[in-house]
Design a protein around this ligand. Structure first.
Ligand code: BGC
Length: 722
């Protein structure tokens, strides 16, 4: 295992051109020395910044020559400080409203697709790739690293995130951050914390107990910070227990700095600073300042310091934190635009799409390799490309979008107000891979007509989609625009129908029983059409696993409706009580005894796997486990054995405590071991983490509900600090 891991790293290193690394050995000392030489004007210039975008967003006095992007803080040439040149986001380098002419980038599949790979090595590779593109385009701060847990089926930004489990999200997010920062680009972890819904995101007050928060969303961040050591954290718009994310002393000074020892800087989300006192409460930098009521970290901060209401020391403290991260990451390495190997980078997008596609159902219909005769492909735009999610993370894919649909609406993010499809046509890719089949296309615009054509085909492949965008949650679990009716018509006409879902969230599947096969393709990035065709045709054996539970219906979920649905985001108060606490996603369904439509961790393959000989060893209060994973089917494939804690002293729990993605040839078996993070065995109390001790039962399985033989071990009581 170890050797394989190292080989993968070596391959990655060979593929991704590295920027010369100039990480400082003593970033704290260097930051202190440079900061001491700065004037107050230079210090303030680092504490707040505009989004350098000319627009209806408000005044943005962007200096001549500064590239339009998400954020800019000026250089200080006499101190050889290059400034901060910030761009979004985790799915590639964005270009808001195409203001940088002809500047496209490699568009990765969604965060959920990446999470579905359960492959931190691939996440790091993705990070390296986008980090190197950021550098090549002249940016040294990447606003990537979204690790909010996907608590709800409706979250408008779930597609950017890494699923509902703290271990998965933390490891995948941290690995991606580590990859980005290897390119001398600061990465952020965002949005700190509990930014779980878009509706009223500027005012929603997320209520939760400290213990539940520590064991869930905070744990995801904590793991991501340990793995990735991001130079910056972006605090969130929402309030947590009554206090705004970016003015939250407990979260920023307490949890982040005091408990976790975080040394980097906290930047606000864009428009999330509420006053000069935020700096005392732990915020170091006001971002996107034209979105705030006024620029708080300039005159109002100066006035508060002059009046003695805020100690002057905060200035140096925040500036040092910023400089420290820049030096620690080597982000002061001189910025010079350089060419990008688009082809090599797009391989990363393709690999994520291949590994992230999840086969949800297969009644011997797939793969198509031996059965191609007359195939009807149905679905608006399946001939043109694949869907992506909208908002600040929207990348303009290399080659330009194949479809760009204005969606109307208003507001800040309307600068990105288009639905974008990447030009990777599933139809064309299927035709390439199945040359002996006759493949026809129907848009599905008229379900009756599509069904009449479906009746004459041997196999129907129906592409359906649900677009998600930052700022908007989904009002229902259903597919929009009559697509459920379309599928219903198709399956009634021809049960040999494969449904391909391109969605940024779980959806209901009222037609599931009647379909022959279903694949979840998420938003599959700029080579998604290829990956989908490879999976359908059998060139690639699907290996993705769901990073989110798909409920049977919304009534099963902790929230069956979007709290505040339809409310304007104008500051009107809204409270959301997270009643599930730390039982996010699969833990909720397990605790309620609900049987979801598809559980977390679920995904089929064209081969079968077996897990044998689970052993769990305890040494005092820690535990390690091992199992043998075998491929018992007829072809090579990858399995993702998952280890769950299922009971503590007889009380049922459900916690993912380990996972591994394993490639296996036909007939091959491999040992897999898991080192269990003690926090996953513990509960949070005001004194810190406590493993209560006693009997702990574990089970390995194919998903959160397909668990095999249990193994029990005794653990001793142990308390430890954050
Ligand atoms: C988003 C951030 C993003 C920022 C800059 C905000 O609306 O919440 O994730 O990085 O805009 O574009």
């Amino acid at each position: 295992m170890k050797r394989e891991f190292l080989t993968v790293i070596a391959v990655i290193a060979a593929m991704c051109p590295q920027a010369a690394v100039s990480q400082s050995d003593d970033p704290d000392g260097r930051a202190a020395r440079i900061e001491a030489q700065m004037t107050d004007d230079e210090r303030y210039a680092l504490l707040w910044g505009y989004m350098p975008l000319p627009s209806r967003l408000g005044p943005a006095p962007t200096p001549e020559g500064v590239k339009p992007s998400a954020g800019y803080f000026p250089p200080i040439p006499r101190l050889r400080f290059p400034g901060l040149h910030e761009t979004d986001a985790s799915l590639g380098i964005t270009n808001p409203n195409q203001l940088r002419r002809n500047d496209t980038a490699t568009a990765l599949p969604s965060g959920l697709a990446l999470a579905a790979t359960f492959d931190p090595v691939l996440a790091e590779r993705a990070g390296r790739m986008i980090g190197s593109e950021a550098r090549a385009k002249g940016f040294n701060v990447l606003l990537a690293g979204g690790v909010n847990l996907t608590r709800d089926w409706f979250g408008g930004r779930n597609f950017e995130y890494l699923g509902e489990d703290p271990l998965l999200a933390g490891l995948m997010g941290g690995s991606s951050i580590r990859g980005i920062q290897s390119q001398n680009v600061v990465s952020t972890a965002k949005h700190f914390v509990l930014n779980a819904q878009e509706t009223a995101r500027h005012s929603v007050n997320a209520r939760i107990s400290e213990a539940a928060l520590r064991e869930s969303d905070l744990l995801a961040f904590q793991i991501a910070l340990e793995v990735g050591q991001p130079g910056s954290i972006m605090c969130a718009y929402n309030k947590v227990n009554g206090v705004s994310g970016c003015g939250n002393d407990w979260l920023l000074n307490g949890v982040l700095r005091k408990d976790w020892g975080y040394k980097g800087w906290v930047m606000s989300d864009w428009g999330a600073t509420h006053g000069p006192a935020d700096i005392v409460n732990g915020l170091d930098q006001e971002s996107g300042a034209q979105l705030d009521k006024q620029v708080w970290f300039d005159k109002p901060l100066k006035d508060s310091i002059a009046a003695g209401q805020i100690p002057k020391g905060v200035l140096s403290q925040s500036v040092r934190r910023i400089l420290r991260s820049v030096y620690a990451v080597g982000a002061d390495f001189p910025l010079a635009e350089r060419p990008i190997d688009d082809q090599a980078d797009s391989e990363v997008a393709l690999q994520i799409a291949r590994q992230g596609i999840v086969l949800l159902k297969n009644d011997n219909l797939l793969p198509l390799n031996n059965t191609p005769r007359r195939i009807l492909v149905v679905g608006r735009y399946a001939d043109r490309g694949v869907w992506s999610g909208g908002g600040s993370s929207q990348v303009t894919p290399n080659g330009g979008p194949s479809v760009r649909l204005p969606y109307g609406g208003s507001g800040f993010l309307n600068v990105n107000g288009f639905q974008v499809l990447a030009a990777s046509s599933p139809l064309a890719e299927l035709r390439k891979r199945l040359p002996n089949a006759t493949i026809e296309f129907d848009t599905g615009y008229d379900p009756g007509l599509a069904a009449a054509r479906a009746a004459k085909a041997d196999i129907v492949i129906a592409f359906v989609s649900k677009w998600q965008v930052e700022t908007l949650d989904s009002a229902s679990l259903a597919l929009p625009e009559g697509q459920d009716t379309l599928i219903d018509n198709l399956v009634s006409a021809n049960p040999h129908t494969v449904v391909v879902l391109e969605t940024g969230n779980p959806v209901a599947m009222p037609w599931l029983e009647k379909t022959g096969a279903v694949i979840q393709a998420w938003y599959s990035g700029q080579r998604g059409g290829e990956a989908i065709a490879e999976v359908l045709s059998g060139q690639v054996n699907p290996s993705g696993r769901l990073p989110m539970t798909f409920p049977r219906d919304a009534a099963q979920a902790p929230r069956s409706q979007v709290p505040g649905l339809g409310m304007p985001d104008d500051g009107t108060p809204l409270v959301v009580s997270y009643i599930e606490g730390a039982d996010v996603g699969y833990r909720w369904y397990a605790s309620k005894g609900f049987d979801p439509l598809f559980p977390f961790g679920f995904g089929l393959s064209y081969t079968q796997f077996r897990h044998d000989g689970l052993r769990v060893r305890s040494s005092g209060a820690t535990a390690t486990a091992s199992v043998t994973v075998s491929n018992i089917g007829a072809r090579a494939g990858a399995d993702v054995p998952q280890l769950y804690l299922v009971a503590i002293n007889g009380k049922p729990v459900r916690r993912l405590v380990g996972f591994s993605r394993v490639e296996l040839q036909q007939g091959e078996g491999k040992p897999v071991s898991f080192a269990i993070d003690p926090r996953l065995l513990a509960d949070w109390s005001p004194q810190g983490w406590t493993i209560n001790g006693g009997t702990y039962e574990f089970a390995v399985g194919h998903s959160a509900t397909q668990l095999e033989a249990r193994v029990a071990v005794r653990l001793s009581r142990r308390c430890f600090k954050p």
